[in-house]
Design a protein around this ligand. Sequence first.
Ligand SMILES: Cc1cc2nc3c(=O)[nH]c(=O)nc-3n(C[C@H](O)[C@H](O)[C@H](O)COP(=O)(O)OP(=O)(O)OC[C@H]3O[C@@H](n4cnc5c(N)ncnc54)[C@H](O)[C@@H]3O)c2cc1C
Length: 414
Amino acid sequence: MKRIPRRSFLESCAAATALGGSPLLKGWVPMSKQRHVVVVGAGAFGGWTALHLLRRGARVTLVDAWGPGNSRASSGGETRVIRGTYGPRAIYTHLTARALQLWKENERRWHRQLYHPIGVLWLVENDEAYEKAALPLLKEAGLAFEELSGAETARRYPQINCEQVRWAIFENDAGYLTARRACAAVLEGFLAEGGEYRQLAAEPGPQVAGAELRGIKLSDGTTLAADAFVFACGPWLGRLFPDVIGDRVRATRQEVFFFGTPPGDQRFTEQALPVWADHGRGFIYGIPGNEWRGFKVADDTRGPPFDPTTGERLPTPAVLQSAREYLAFRFPGLKDAPLVEARVCQYENSPDEHFIVDRHPATANLWLVGGGSGHGFKHGPAVGELVAKLVLTGEAAPPEFRLSRFDAGATPRR
Ligand SMILES: Cc1cc2nc3c(=O)[nH]c(=O)nc-3n(C[C@H](O)[C@H](O)[C@H](O)COP(=O)(O)OP(=O)(O)OC[C@H]3O[C@@H](n4cnc5c(N)ncnc54)[C@H](O)[C@@H]3O)c2cc1C
């Protein structure tokens, strides 16, 4: 009997993708060629990756230790900003534009609101390099925005103290996303479309240089085999892959405060005020409303190192005090506002704050995804789309996201 040579995962994927070249077969893969992909991590990156893999015809098992948008995950929490202004970093402005389309498309599909299109207001004081660099890129990406003078900003938003604000960008195609609810919606969509979800912790099996990974170990003592694996484990990625990632993903403690507005006061609702981003001293931003959770204020400055598994999530009095002082200055109507909620989360920072999306250098069917660096959530749908394409076609990731940039000495953004 003639033996059929076993094809590698990538050869099979290339064949399946070639078939998919016909518009009629787009996204469809015959059962005999259907690949099984395991995605570990159901946060913004892993959840969307699993969904896109499924929609491109793979059989997908999604695994998470604590659940999508859980309280330890970087994607946990009420809300996340979506904005296209990224200084000179064009890749993220374009990724935002694509993500925005996908957020809207999936909202329609699921009949639920996840994106609140209330706009984002960038307040510019003396250092305007970041915002100036962003303007042509916003235009190029087709994201609508207005440039406002300081006086016009003060007139439109009398609840903001615009002292020293020279000008502002108002991004119309922007706003905020409901974070943990979106992670749950992605899982629901994934299950409804035929995906399999397992709530277990996973670790990669032994990787043999030059060989493909055959299976991963699960916390129930079983092994899960597949044709390809994606680890999208947020702040845990370095711990799972100490040799390849290690401290290239560092978790820092970030505190977020929600202040109570005066009873019946309309000035600080999302009807009256957009998301605001203040690049004056450091980078402080906030979201009004938050579906009635309070007026959110957060400082983007990186906090001390944080353990995402064992770290206690109690806010620090000094950080709270500095948020109060900021609030009293920029939003005088909220001076002495009570704290109604607080959260401690973590950023999972790469050294240059670019994402990490790449194949494991020693294992062809293993992909590592993470390094959201405090700005990954909004991009979830577009990153998931990209990762699914790379895994199923074997194409290389954009240079900004590759691991090899670290060998060339990636430098911090600021
Ligand atoms: C306070 C704060 C504010 C932010 N603001 C914004 C913002 O305004 N806009 C924006 O775009 N981004 C923002 N971000 C960043 C953004 O939220 C993150 O970059 C993004 O959510 C990271 O998603 P992830 O899927 O990589 O990681 P995570 O959400 O952490 O997901 C990783 C998942 O992996 C699971 N996991 C880990 N280890 C294992 C294992 N061994 N086995 C199984 N499962 C495992 C975890 O349970 C988790 O669910 C903010 C982050 C924080 C903390």
